[in-house]
Design a protein around this ligand. Structure first.
Ligand code: GAL
Length: 816
């Protein structure tokens, strides 16, 4: 199939209109040939969807006189030189059967829907709603230590910080895009005041940040507490409180002390006690001021990417069928121990809350009429029933207002916008969020689907429960110190394991089991549900070969995304606001209506240079609006946190993906934070506590707050002095964080393009013009001095000439 380029359809229709004088147009053929299409020909659905959508834009937006559309082809047929090898049909034809039976493909059903709706109406539930969040709703912004802070410049261990696994990982060649590291990142360790300004710009009431474990405990243990490191956090917390911003502290956001990794990291069960001791130090030393604790950020990512794929620190990928489960097991126990410690020892005196942050995408079945896909989506996160509308019909990109200037009024159906009840699932099988949420929020144990599938797959591989073989070389095992200390049993492995030096090691392939006591201890260790959410996928069943031993193989799900979903700067993140409301509703149903805090949500851009970040505004506006709808569905949503206040080190993609509401200019050593337009937008949502209906206005909160005069003056005075442009395409340093708490000042200015000015008849950049002006001024000064000097010499000389004769006259020797 040639690459689909649906935008060409709109352009061509417009061209015909212009070229031939607004004539009626009928699209008499449009379709795609596929070589071996399945009955679920999702590719064809995407093709027709995106092309018809462009045709609709030509009609609705551009006024093209479009009268009809014909899909090629109704059924597979003789495709000229390709014979019967290429198939264009919405209906499959069996050419091996003399009766030539026709079977409808998924694309036929999709096309029928388009015809029935005479287009692609925006489902009522996707429409924007006005309204406010409950009183006391928390608005926050999030960050993580390794992504922002930097270690001490030029000295890895200065100020007492120990190395973390992310220091090691990022310094390993080829692990991070462009070999970036977090050595400096946003240098937040030194730029506390600047960071505070970004938070004040957003007007948030809370700030979520994480503590770097190895900054407090350099070797991960309480043998030595690094006071300098602790002081940094004390200063940060004090500064936040002074600014009336409450801290939300994540105890662990992925940066394990390297010293602990050297003895197996999260695979070594002793980590549970280490983590508890570390948490104890934090409760003791910071707990009088911190009232909101998050034990772990996204255990799924720690286990699966850190110890399964190896795409995150510590980068272990050799035991994908075992390590993630062992790690997950220890993470759950560590969380539970920290929760109990706080609950038993600190809660009464300190009065805070503590829980865990779990991440999950939402998953829809790729083909809602296919039961296997429906079940795959359930497994992906947990989805009970097929949606009322097939997903390919929902959330059609072209009708989204505001996004990249596309704004197509659509054919709106008149049903209630409330979420139809079939979206709300109730039973449980889950692998992503559910892996961790089920034990903590439900019953202290893994969900049955996970347990059953992993058990069955192990058995199918021909291995008895007590003998699951996963070959691993001893060298790999000892490199991770995994098997040396402690004994396998202590690692939570419930089956035997053999280890012989120099020969393959037999490890288990099984989900570890909790003891009854552990289950009791884990169950209910939460005060709220901390939830990170970014995107939605389309899931379908995939049967991996039984020999494949990994989390993915156990889950048996593959996923794709709908081609009409808008992209972001991250390959995994498609802009799919509808999934946010659905998953919030699912959490409510699945976990018995817990108080939920969204602890991360946001979107990235690559090579972002324009401060007018409309795509991010679109994302935030629609996602926060879906959160509002969830509140109206009676989800107990207590807070929303945007990721992130400023651009930062985005793990394996380094600095290439920007998630910030403030632009960080990494090419300027002072790392200025410049507000993007989204900062201004988010600030207004925070001020208004939602989206007040303009029809009931005017609303004071929608007005921009008064700009601080002093800052404006400083800004005005400094502006010309700050332009040290390196080249046309480099980032200008003309804005400096300390000078711009002004939401009005920054966002409309591009950080890349400098203004051009006319200078002596030439068009020059302001910097070049400034330099030229300086040179000219110096030359003039030189000229003036030269002139003064010459005049002085001239005067002196003529004076001498005038006086000389009389002197001669008087001279006694003149007579010669
Ligand atoms: C989350 C993670 C954050 C941030 C964000 C954007 O999974 O907790 O640290 O990187 O994703 O990708």
């Amino acid at each position: 199939m040639n690459r689909a380029a649906p935008w060409g359809m709109r352009r061509l229709l417009n061209w015909i209109k212009e070229e031939y004088g607004d004539i009626p147009i009928y699209i008499t053929e449009n379709g795609v040939g596929l070589t071996n299409p399945k009955e679920e020909d999702t590719d064809r659905i995407f093709y027709h969807k995106t092309y018809i959508n462009e045709a609709l834009k030509a009609y609705r937006l551009d006024g093209v006189d479009l009268r009809g559309y014909v899909a090629w082809s109704l059924m597979d047929n003789f495709e000229w030189l390709n014979g019967y090898t290429v198939k264009f049909g919405l209906y499959h034809v069996d050419f091996n059967n003399t009766n030539r039976p026709r079977t409808a493909r998924a694309s036929a059903r999709y096309y029928t829907e388009v015809i029935t709706n005479n287009g692609m109406p925006l489902p009522k539930e996707d429409e924007f709603v006005y309204g406010s969040f409950p009183e006391g709703f928390i608005w926050s912004a999030a960050s993580a230590a390794y992504q922002k802070n930097g270690i001490q410049k030029g000295a890895w261990r200065a100020d007492g910080k120990g190395l973390s696994i992310w220091d090691t990982f990022s310094h390993t060649p080829l692990k991070i895009e462009n070999n970036a590291t977090g050595d400096v990142a946003c240098d937040s360790y030194h730029k506390l005041a600047e960071d505070l300004v970004t938070l004040q710009n957003l007007g948030v009431s809370h700030y979520r940040f994480s503590i770097s474990w190895s900054r407090i405990l350099p070797d991960g243990t309480t043998r030595y507490i690094n006071e300098a490191g602790l002081n940094y956090y004390v200063r940060l917390i004090n500064a936040l409180l002074a600014a009336n911003i409450q801290p939300q502290v994540t105890i662990y956001h992925w940066d394990l002390p390297q010293a602990l990794q050297d003895v197996g990291g999260w695979e070594n069960e002793t980590i549970v006690q280490r983590f508890k001791e570390y948490a104890d130090v934090l409760f003791q030393r910071l707990g009088d001021k911190v009232k909101f604790w998050i034990t772990l950020n996204e255990p799924f990512v720690i286990a699966n990417q850190g110890y399964g794929y190896g795409t995150a620190a510590p980068g272990i990928s050799s035991r994908p069928g075992t390590a993630p489960y062992i790690v997950g097991h220890n993470l759950i126990k560590a969380h539970a121990e920290a929760w109990h410690l706080y609950n038993d020892v600190y809660r009464t005196s300190q009065g805070g809350v503590i829980s865990i942050t779990i991440s999950s995408d939402w998953a829809e079945p790729r083909d809602p009429s296919n039961q296997e896909d429906v079940e795959a989506a359930r497994r992906y996160v947990q989805n009970q029933l097929p949606p009322k509308h097939p997903v390919w019909y929902l959330g059609v990109g072209a009708f989204k207002p505001l996004y990249q200037g596309m704004c197509v009024p659509c054919l709106i159906s008149d049903h209630e916008w409330k979420l139809p009840s079939p979206y709300i699932p109730s039973s449980s099988q889950q692998f992503m969020g559910g892996w961790f949420a089920h034990p903590i929020f439900k019953n202290g144990d893994y969900n049955e689907v996970m347990k059953t599938r992993i058990r069955e797959r192990s058995l199918a591989a021909g291995l008895s429960k007590s003998r699951r073989e996963v070959k691993m070389k001893v060298s790999e095992a000892s490199a991770g110190h995994l098997w040396a200390t402690p004994k396998p049993e202590a690692l939570g492995l419930s089956v035997s394991m053999y280890m012989q030096s120099g020969s393959p090691v037999h490890a288990v392939h099984e989900l570890p089991e909790f003891t009854e006591n552990e289950k009791k201890r884990i169950n209910g260790t939460y005060d709220f549900f901390g939830f990170n959410h970014y995107t939605t996928v389309l899931a379908y069943n995939l049967n991996y070969p039984t020999a494949n031993s990994s989390f993915d193989a156990d889950r048996g799900v593959a996923s794709i995304t709908d081609r009409s979903w808008p992209d972001s700067g991250s390959y995994w993140l498609k802009i799919t606001p509808f999934g946010f409301r659905r998953i919030l509703n699912w959490l409510k149903e699945e976990y018995n209506d817990p108080p939920i805090y969204v602890t991360e949500n946001g979107v990235s851009q690559r090579e972002e240079t324009d401060l007018n970040d409309t795509a991010r505004i679109y994302y935030l506006r629609t996602y926060i609006n879906e959160a509002l709808k969830a509140v109206q569905d009676k989800v107990d949503l207590r807070g929303y946190t945007v990721w992130s206040a400023m651009d930062n080190f985005e793990w394996a993609t380094g600095f290439s993906e920007r998630f910030g509401l403030h632009f960080v200019n990494y090419s300027d050593p002072s790392l200025p934070r410049i507000p993007k337009a989204s900062a201004k937008f988010y600030a207004s949502v925070v001020r208004c506590n939602g989206f007040p209906d303009p029809a009931t206005g005017p609303h004071a909160c929608l007005q921009q707050p008064e700009v601080r005069q002093l800052a404006v003056q400083i800004w005005g005075t400094m502006q010309p002095l700050l332009g040290s442009q390196r080249s046309e395409n480099s980032i200008s340093t003309r804005t400096s964080t300390t000078l711009c708490p002004l939401l009005d000042a920054g966002p409309t200015i591009s950080p890349v393009r400098e203004q051009e000015v006319q200078f002596l008849g030439l068009m020059l950049s302001t910097t070049a013009a400034q330099t030229a002006l300086n040179v000219l001024f110096s030359l003039m000064l030189l000229g003036v001095c030269g002139m003064a000097f010459l005049s002085y010499r001239y005067c002196k000389r003529s004076k001498q000439e005038k006086t000389q004769p009389s002197q001669l006259e008087l001279s006694p020797v003149s007579s010669f």
